[in-house]
Design a protein around this ligand. Structure first.
Ligand code: IMP
Length: 190
C-alpha cells in the first residue's frame, strides 16, 4: 500500500484520514516528532498552505496538512480560523453561552487539505453544513472538541457528529470531502 505523510499531532485527523486514504489504496502516516506550524491568517487555505511549505522544509518528502475550523453564521464565522485557540480558552461551554437564545443556529465546518512536494502546491477545501445544538451531545470521541456541538442535520435526526461512527462522519464531513477530492487528484497524478 502506498503511503503519504499527514503532518499532525491529532489522532482523530489521522484515523479519519486513514479511512479515506484506504478507499484510494493509500495509508497516511504522521511524523513522530511534533511540529508547531500554526500561523494566524484570514483563511484555513492560507494556514494550510503556509504549514505545508514550512513542514516540507523539515521533512523533505511529499506531505499533506489538514487545517479545519467551525464557522457559526450568527457569530459572523467565529470561531473559524480561531477554532483551536477558542477550544482551548472558552471551550465548548463558552461557545454555547455565546449562542444562548440565538435563533439562527446554522454553521459549517471547513477543512483545507494542502499538499506540497517541494514543487507542486495544491489545496482542496471541503465544507459540511449543519447547526449548533442547544447542548453538547456525545463525548467528542475522536479527539475533536466541536463534534458534540454540531449536527449535520437532515437524516442525522438531531444527533451530533460525536454520536456517529467514524465512517458515517467521513461520509458527510468537511474532512471527508476535502480528502476525497485530494486523493482523487493525487491517485491520478501519481
Ligand atoms: P486544527 O485544524 O488542528 O487547527 O483544528 C482547529 C480546531 O477545530 C481544533 O479545536 C479542532 O479540535 C477543531 N476541529 C477540527 N476538525 C474538527 C472536526 O472534524 N470536528 C470537530 N472539531 C474539529
Amino acid at each position: 500500500m502506498r503511503s503519504l505523510i499527514l503532518v499532525t499531532n491529532n489522532k482523530g485527523k489521522i484515523a479519519e484520514a486513514n479511512a479515506i486514504a484506504k478507499e484510494f489504496g493509500f495509508a497516511v502516516r504522521s511524523p513522530k516528532k511534533a511540529y508547531k506550524l500554526e500561523i494566524q491568517a484570514d483563511s484555513l487555505r492560507e494556514v494550510a498552505e503556509f504549514a505545508a511549505r514550512e513542514a516540507y522544509k523539515k521533512i523533505r518528502k511529499p506531505l499533506i496538512i489538514d487545517d479545519s475550523g467551525l464557522f457559526i453564521n450568527a457569530l459572523k464565522g467565529f470561531p473559524g480560523v480561531y477554532s483551536a485557540p477558542t477550544g482551548k480558552t472558552i471551550g465548548l461551554e463558552g461557545v454555547l453561552k455565546l449562542m444562548k437564545g440565538v435563533k439562527n443556529r446554522s454553521a459549517y465546518f471547513e477543512c483545507a487539505v494542502a499538499y506540497f512536494d517541494g514543487k507542486t502546491l495544491k489545496t482542496f477545501v471541503g465544507k459540511s453544513s449543519g447547526k449548533i445544538l442547544e447542548s453538547e451531545k456525545g463525548s467528542g470521541l475522536h479527539g475533536f472538541g466541536y463534534d458534540p456541538l454540531f449536527s449535520p442535520g437532515g437524516h442525522y435526526g438531531g444527533r451530533s457528529l460525536a454520536q456517529v461512527d467514524l465512517l458515517k462522519k467521513n461520509s458527510v464531513s468537511h474532512r471527508g470531502k476535502a480528502l476525497r477530492a485530494f486523493f482523487k487528484w493525487y491517485s491520478n497524478a501519481k
